[in-house]
Design a protein around this ligand. Structure first.
Ligand code: PLP
Length: 371
């Protein structure tokens, strides 16, 4: 092997090793490639709201092309991603912090707002990364039940706000229900309470919203309100394993959070995210596949007669009428992994949209288990 070939081989082998640690190469159907969709390790992994079609071919190539840069610290490359994100949302760069997945951003926000026994208000059934962290640093957490439509109960949340409240967490669309708040309700709520407490709007699933013209809560940040918006590359961009997300908020808060960040993005995640933002073909492909397979899940649920919530995410929350642990085990025995218990709705199940093949496998298992 000559020196050039050896270096090329090491580069490819090194990246393969790195990617194997992050979840491995997968045999998936990606725009521009003819490889068929396949199951991962035999099981259809439909339990973590990931995009099974990622990473795109172009993102994969971008990571390979920049692999030799991993001897550098990320700072030298971070600026480019920061300015791309700021430009996308029409905000100055000092309104953005890039984090290691949006979870890091959720945790920093939980830390700042939970310290000193401050109070955080959240729904009873939602994503808990922020409120759990706030609770661990001494915050007092109020969990407000969803209303009868499985929607955030904004009136009840409003009634909980007091002078010690530091943050209200709203996941829109919500995980695990997939519900989207009517824009006017959310805007009125956020505007009328943002002087009392920080309004945190988690938009991890924003790209999947099909309601035409539904705005991002970044608009509220631009109007100067005390609002934090979180976004992630883990969902539609198919990059859950590379860990990159960001927050948009007022610059004073971003500055405070910069000082508390413990990780931030790494070099490969920066180049992956930059490429993902340009790869419109894969973005459209992922949305189209998600819509198609979500419809497939709805159709099967309709045929069996199981109630479900219309979802604005890459998952469907449906009523099984049986204990979730039992349902999970029955699916697992048929090679399908579905979501975990979501108290207090312990006879409901969350399934993430899979590839075409995985979703068909799920539909078959659903008929056997609950049909
Ligand atoms: C609502 C919501 N927010 C944030 C996250 C965390 O995503 P990540 O840390 O990968 O950006 C998830 C993950 O499933 C989620 O469902």
């Amino acid at each position: 092997m000559n020196e050039l070939n050896r270096r090329q081989w090491l580069r490819t082998a090194g990246l393969a090793g790195a990617l194997a640690t992050l979840g491995g190469f997968r045999n998936v159907e990606i725009p521009g490639e003819s490889r068929p969709a396949a199951l991962v390790n035999g099981a259809a992994r439909m339990n973590f709201n990931e995009n099974p079609y990622g990473p795109s071919k172009k993102v994969r190539q971008a990571m390979i092309d920049h692999f030799d840069e991993v001897c550098r610290y990320p700072f030298s490359f971070q600026r480019e991603l920061l300015s791309r994100i700021a430009a996308k949302h029409g905000v100055p760069e000092d309104h953005v912090i890039i984090t290691a997945g949006s979870t890091e951003g959720l945790r920093i926000s939980g830390l700042i707002h939970g310290m000193d026994e401050r109070e955080v208000i959240t729904a009873e059934l939602t994503f808990f990364a922020l409120s759990d962290y706030a609770g661990k640093v001494g915050g007092i957490i109020h969990k407000v039940p969803l209303d009868n439509a499985l929607q955030h109960d904004l009136n009840a949340m409003s009634a909980k706000i007091n002078s010690n409240t530091s943050l209200v967490f709203i996941c829109n669309p919500n995980n695990p229900t997939g519900a989207l708040l009517p824009k006017d309700q959310l805007w009125d709520f956020a505007k009328s309470h943002a002087k009392q407490a920080t309004m945190f709007i988690d938009e991890a699933y924003f790209d999947y919203i099909t309601e035409p013209g539904y705005p991002s809560a970044v608009e509220l940040v631009k109007e100067g309100h005390n609002v934090i918006v979180s976004r992630t590359f883990s969902k539609v961009y198919g990059l859950a394993g590379i860990r990159v997300g960001y927050l948009i908020a007022q610059p004073e808060l971003i500055d405070k959070m910069e000082g508390l960040s413990m990780c931030g993005p790494n070099v490969l995640s920066i180049f992956a995210a930059l490429e993902a933002m340009s790869d419109q073909e894969f973005y459209e492909f992922s949305l189209q596949k998600n819509a198609h397979n979500k419809n497939r899940i709805y159709t099967t649920l309709n045929q069996i007669g199981l109630p479900y919530q219309e979802s604005h995410g890459n998952f469907v929350f449906f009523k099984t009428g049986k204990p979730i642990g039992e349902v999970q085990r029955a699916f697992e025995a048929r090679g399908v992994l579905v979501g975990r218990p979501f108290p207090p709705m312990l006879d409901w199940c969350r399934v993430s949209t899979g590839t075409d093949e995985q979703t068909l496998k799920f539909a078959g298992a659903l008929r056997e288990v609950l049909g």
